[in-house]
Design a binder for this molecule. Structure first.
Ligand SMILES: Nc1ncnc2c1ncn2[C@@H]1O[C@H](COP(=O)(O)OP(=O)(O)O)[C@@H](O)[C@H]1O
Ligand SMILES: [Mg+2]
Length: 264
């Protein structure tokens, strides 16, 4: 049997067009099926938005991409990441999540200092060298566009940050692990418009280095930020295309209805 290789350098050097390819994915919570036979690919170094009404399965599908549904739902089908099916039994989920990081809807910083929020997982993964830890703290806070606001208070509690700052800290925490893919589930939905636009700017810059998959129910946000858009309806992937196509000439009536607000 082929040896699984999730070594980070190997993954980065593995030249592929798509970061993730989902093939015939079904997800059920007990008897309740929430995702029906979804197949789609997420192009590398692009932003793909997943849109659709509340309950259409966006979060369920997103969580399947880094095994967050383990113990909650039954996921079948293949989700290929490089040459690995992440749903295989012998995948090390902690290792996988170093490659495929996640940011949730509500900012959820740990009740620790700003610095420790970033170094906590790094230390758990064996990084002890203070210089390296300091370097990762600064780099990830800069990438998340938070450094200037917090550089003089790294040892203060992260709970003192505003909602928008806390969410950028969560982004910094995710990218400090040097992931390949970043999953974001409505990362700005709990934030005010100014914080939202900062998050959008941050993500726009990050796409040079990461493949970004973002769930949003804000269609302006999807059209501003993403290169590709997937429209979900009642657990089905209805349409997937370049964002400009989805928003200007959708092929499916259901997509047209959703983007023009005639749904529900
Ligand atoms: N933890 C859960 N247990 C049972 N059903 C769930 C759970 N999470 C989501 N669902 C159901 O799965 C469907 C899709 O939900 P979700 O993925 O949260 O949609 P979205 O993110 O598009 O709003 C809904 O019918 C929802 O009720
Ligand atoms: Mg959701």
């Amino acid at each position: 049997m082929k040896k699984y290789n999730l070594d980070q350098q190997y993954v980065r050097d593995f030249a592929v067009e798509n970061a993730i390819e989902a093939k015939h994915v079904n997800v059920s919570y007990g008897q309740h099926q929430s995702i029906f036979d979804v197949s789609m690919s997420f192009p590398r170094f692009k932003v793909t938005a997943m849109i659709g009404a509340s309950g259409s399965g966006k979060s369920t599908f997103l969580r399947s991409i880094n095994r967050m549904n383990d113990n909650i739902a039954t996921v079948d089908g293949k989700i290929m990441y490089r040459d690995v099916n992440i749903n295989d039994d012998n995948i090390n989920v902690y290792e996988l999540r170093k490659h495929i990081g996640m940011v949730f809807q509500r900012p959820n910083p740990f009740a620790k200092s700003i610095r420790d929020n970033i170094t906590f997982a790094l230390k758990k993964h064996g990084i002890k060298d203070k210089k390296e830890l300091d370097e990762r703290v600064e780099t990830s806070l800069r990438e998340a566009a938070l450094w200037d606001e917090v550089k003089d208070k790294l040892d203060e509690s992260a709970l003192s940050l505003s909602g928008g700052q806390a969410q950028r800290l969560c982004i910094a925490r995710a990218i400090a692990m040097k992931p390949d893919v970043l999953l974001l589930d409505e990362p700005a939905s709990a934030l005010d418009p100014i914080s939202t636009s900062k998050i959008e700017d941050t993500l726009n810059r990050l796409k040079e280095k990461y493949t970004i998959i973002i769930v949003t129910h804000n269609m302006q946000q999807a059209s501003r930020m993403s290169d590709y858009t997937a429209f979900f309806h009642q657990g089905h992937l209805i349409e997937f295309n370049k964002t400009s196509h989805i928003f200007t000439r959708p092929k499916m009536q259901a997509t047209e209805d959703y983007i023009s607000g005639n749904f529900g």
